[in-house]
Design a protein around this ligand. Sequence first.
Ligand SMILES: [Zn+2]
Length: 413
Amino acid sequence: MTAAPICRFCASPLTRTFLDLGEQPLANSYLTPEELAAGTERKHPLHARVCSQCFLVQVGDPVSAEAIFDTGYAYFSSYSPSWVAHAKAYAEAMTRRLQLGPQSLAVEVASNDGYLLQHFANVGVPVLGIEPTANTAEAARERGVPTEVMFFNAETGKALAESGVQADLMAANNVLAHVPDIGGFVAGFRHVLKPQGVLTFEFPHLLNLIEQVQFDTIYHEHFSYLSLTAVEQVLRANGLRPFDVELLSTHGGSLRLFCAHEASAHAEAQSLRDLRAREAAAGLGRIETYDGFAPRVEAVRRGFLGFLQQARDEGARVAAYGAAAKGNTFLNYCAASARDIVCVFDANPHKQGRFLPGSHVPILAPADVAQVRPDYVLILPWNLKDEIMGQLAFIRAWGGRFVTAAPQVKIWA
Ligand SMILES: [Zn+2]
């Protein structure tokens, strides 16, 4: 018998399951025809647990970072137009709110190719990017964003501070869920942030995951599933505190948490108190709440398998749209395969001609929809449902219909 794994943050034994998704391939490892034929696909346990002390929901059996990032897949943030627009709006709002100028410094952790900091640099605010991947850091420098190649943690944060780096604004947007050592990562900010500086974290909100049964957002690359309840404890353990929050629509509902030094002058906003009360009312501070999630996921699976059976009975052809990571968790948990779903359409040319991990559904270009003539198109990235239904509205010409699977199966007329 092996000992229970321990919490990434508070080191308590993790004895409670949030959701056990069994053995799953890495969600972003799309197979070439040669890899599919070779049959060497690897699977790893994907078991989300919740800490009964600090309520951090976490994937407790980490796959090595090497395995995750060695998928020949470099992600450049600037490839996504909607993400770049989101970044520009953030830069404008923060420059105004904090009255940043030529004497200020804006630092982003996991700054990628400079997609965010470029907007500060363009209005004359000095910037510094911190990015562990050398080739994306190089792309950032080419667009005028000075970037240090390093992993951010307590030691590197301290070293930066000792070299004179002191930030008015620090941004770590959509990175907190991806760091294995969440406490050590947050500790670094304490060193680099000025006494009255502001730090923002953006992350998908666990409350939405639970309420909307967004279990497909659980995959190996996401180590933590975050609530204010859990993050506030991590901050306070490191001399920091939240003081304001904005609710964002990104990733099915995210939080943008504004944080500062414990002793700073930033007053706590009503929106933060409201969120704390909402999480308490939803039971995020009680272990029983987390125990109730897996049965709801099982109900989603049953509903989806019922839909596939109905489609078989009708002799209908089911295709999917969007070869995103979350779709892979969903299809593999439901044990759906290319027998159930003839193909998946995706606009990314690097994915076309490959196969989804686990389910082995072939990936085709959206231009192929008219040849395939599916009776049902299952929308896997549900957060883009309206956009996708608009783009593929023409399937209605042959009676095609759209399907979404969570929080329950819905066929859109
Ligand atoms: Zn814990």
